[in-house]
Design a protein around this ligand. Structure first.
Ligand SMILES: [Zn+2]
Ligand SMILES: [Zn+2]
Ligand SMILES: [Zn+2]
Length: 348
């Protein structure tokens, strides 16, 4: 372990603007790698706990530093100069003295996207924000994870942060500063490779367990592994490991794994606009909104299908009449519904 305990620069009174946030963020990341890239047996619950905490701290420092480079006021939670604040109004001097409340993780990502104009995908945003949630869960309930999902999630966030460093932060450092952080960046890069290797090893061990379920195994929206199994009723990710309501899983899968856009409500002249809806459909068999079109099962990874997370089966065919997904028996090209309508409309 490195002895230099991570310090939240922005929270340090008097730290001001001269704090070296990039070096500070890298310090946290070095710690994350040291905690996780030690081989599975050596990763204790304590290691996991600090890895999550430090990864979140690193993310916060690095993302906020990019906001700061745009303009220092973007880091503030609130900038309301007209309102008579009980105590004081924000000034640069207060900011420089570290005397301010900074914006939430959600707000940070939104500002980076909408104001700075960075491309941060929905999925990356989810990974970043779920870190904040696991940090909270860990502080309130304690977190036990013997199954490696912390490593898998960490790998995703580290991957994002390394790219963020390469594209947004390192090019803005001067020569000398860059040299100072070079070793750390290199250490983190190789750490990511080692963490990925553990994730892979663990996935290989899960293969036997998953093998009977390939036809209903899909890519998990949380850990990104092909370990999400629909079983009829609650779904289960063998990697995370977590179970979830099939409808919740269908929404998350469509939104984060397939990255399908949510659907706009039909235009109406109502006073109140309707919210957009998740990109899922009613299942032809069970009728619940758990059918995802274009889903990919492990069994047929090169052929997208339509999958119901509640029934745990695919409906690979489209009806020639109503174009809704159905499961053809024999060579049939019309769904049961249209077939029965047809037979009553036009009896032979
Ligand atoms: Zn998972
Ligand atoms: Zn169904
Ligand atoms: Zn039909």
């Amino acid at each position: 372990m490195r002895s230099s305990g991570p310090v939240r620069a922005a929270d340090e009174p008097g730290a001001g603007v001269d704090f070296p946030p990039v070096a500070n963020g890298l310090d946290y990341l070095v710690s994350v790698v040291e905690l996780l890239a030690v081989g599975e047996d050596a990763v204790s619950p304590r290691n996991l706990k600090y890895a999550v905490l430090h990864l979140q701290a690193a993310t916060e420092v690095l993302l906020k530093y990019r906001l700061y480079r745009e303009h220092w006021t973007l880091v503030l939670q609130n900038l309301d100069l007209t309102r008579m604040n009980k105590n004081k109004k924000m000034t640069r001097a207060l900011f420089d003295g570290g005397d301010f409340v900074s914006c939430t993780p959600e707000e940070t990502v939104l500002r980076l996207r909408n104001i700075v104009g960075l491309s941060i995908s929905e999925e990356e945003q989810k990974q970043i924000l779920s870190l904040a949630k696991s940090r909270n869960a860990l502080q309130h309930y304690g977190l036990t994870d013997s199954e490696g999902s912390v490593e898998a999630r960490t790998a995703e966030v580290l991957d994002f942060l390394i790219r963020f460093l390469d594209e947004e932060l390192l090019p803005r450092l001067d020569e000398q500063e860059r040299e100072r952080v070079e070793d750390d960046v290199q250490f983190i890069r190789s750490g990511l490779t080692r963490i990925r290797a553990f994730v892979k090893q663990r996935m290989e061990r899960l293969m036997d367990k998953l093998a009977p379920h390939w036809e209903r195994t899909l890519q998990c929206p949380d850990c990104r592994q092909w370990a999400l199994v629909a079983r009829g009723g609650p779904t289960q990710c063998f990697f995370c490991p977590a179970t979830a309501d099939p409808q919740w899983t269908a929404w998350n899968y469509a939104t984060y794994t397939l990255r399908l856009p949510w659907r706009d409500p039909p235009r109406t002249h109502d006073l109140f606009s309707q919210p957009s809806t998740p990109p899922v459909d009613g299942c032809p068999d069970c009728g619940t909104d758990t059918l995802v079109q274009g889903a990919i099962t492990f069994a047929s990874r090169d052929r997208p299908t339509n999958f119901c997370f509640n029934c745990a089966i695919a409906f690979p065919d489209l009806c020639e009449i109503c174009s809704r997904p159905f499961r053809a028996v024999d060579e049939q090209s019309i769904c049961g519904n249209c077939l029965s309508l047809g037979s009553t409309d036009a009896p032979e």
